[in-house]
Write a protein that binds this ligand. Sequence first.
Ligand code: ATP
Ligand code: MG
Length: 406
Amino acid sequence: MPTLDTVTPAAGERTPVDGEPCVLLKLGEVVLKGKNRELFERRLADNVRTAVRPIAKVDVIRRHGVFIVRTKDADVATVDALAERITDVMGIVWAHRAWRVGKDVESVERAALELMAGRTGTFAVRSRRRDKRFPLTSTELDRQVGGKINDKYGLKVQLKNPDTTLSIEVDRDEVFVFSGGLPGQGGLPAGMSGRALVLMSGGIDSPVAAYRMMRRGLRVDYLHFSGMPFTGPESIYKAYALVRELDKFQGGSRLFVVPFGKAQQQIKTSGADRLAVIAQRRLMLRTGELLARRLKGTALITGDALGQVSSQTLTNITALDDAVQLPILRPLVGMDKVEIMDQARRIRTLTISELPDEDCCTMLAPRRAETKAKIDDLRQIEKRLDEELADQLVTSAQEHRPIYGA
Ligand code: ATP
Ligand code: MG
């Protein structure tokens, strides 16, 4: 790994801002301690490296509570692209495009003046020292650098709500100088909490559910049921596009697609009637459970929200839990539609979800769905279905690899 000496040009042959552009990352979940913290940082560094691989090969240097992302011969445009991409990596709270300069006040001043060039309005300098051996205290550094900026550009210092905040962070081997930053997702690195399977419709809710569980450290695979052969493939395209968008949060996503039309027909002819919707959901879950076990997943994830549609009653949700042994995670259970749509917009799945398709579920929707499904009645219906139905459905699954940006 190059040291600061090998990347900082010697005095006299300096680029406009002396030093090197890099990305400084602030990490989330500060409450984690000891082994968990170690696990968090290791996984996060891996995930960062993987996410930016198409842009550049980087070194991720772990420091106390921050990461430094460096790349050889970095130019500002590359560093901007790296920072932008890293904001999607779960576990990052802030991505700062920073100048990494030598540990002397002159280098810091030079970088600060360069960063403030062309700015108007008020400003404040905020310094922090992760290395307390630096000759100036934070307050002294604030004053000294602030004074230089004021001398050169005539800008006024304002500590409360300044137009520009210039940050200086003194570290072990170097100093970082930056202004502003890009907010990240927070949460835990994908994969840190294990693996689970998302039941992914083409709707608004399940992509948000997937996002929320990835943010809690799960790495997820996806299962979609299409109405094929009785509907067109549109819902598959939507599920594919949704998973490709969500892939930016974890990488390496797998989508399994199961043609569900014939199974739905069986449910219909079994006389399920008002229970058809719940019966088919149970079959989806049982199929999901079989697939999850093959993929070493230990939970199922759905986009159910309590009371959102007339069939999402507490009784019905309980009847769904009864169908499988794996836990069913429902991160949206207590959210209302407006909140869910806001999130969908933010993670950029909403416009995809709103594209028209033929949802496989409409085929079975009775005029009035049961709101108090009895588990015994459901079991009776299931006795009339092929015993191996869930197995057959898993076997018929087709695997896809939707890659973000591809
Ligand atoms: P969504 O917006 O996610 O479709 P919804 O509010 O429309 O949710 P339902 O259609 O009742 O609710 O579905 C509840 C959950 O069941 C979904 O969030 C999803 O996890 C799962 N699900 C429904 N349809 C499918 C499907 N075709 N393939 C896979 N999972 C599905
Ligand atoms: Mg739906």
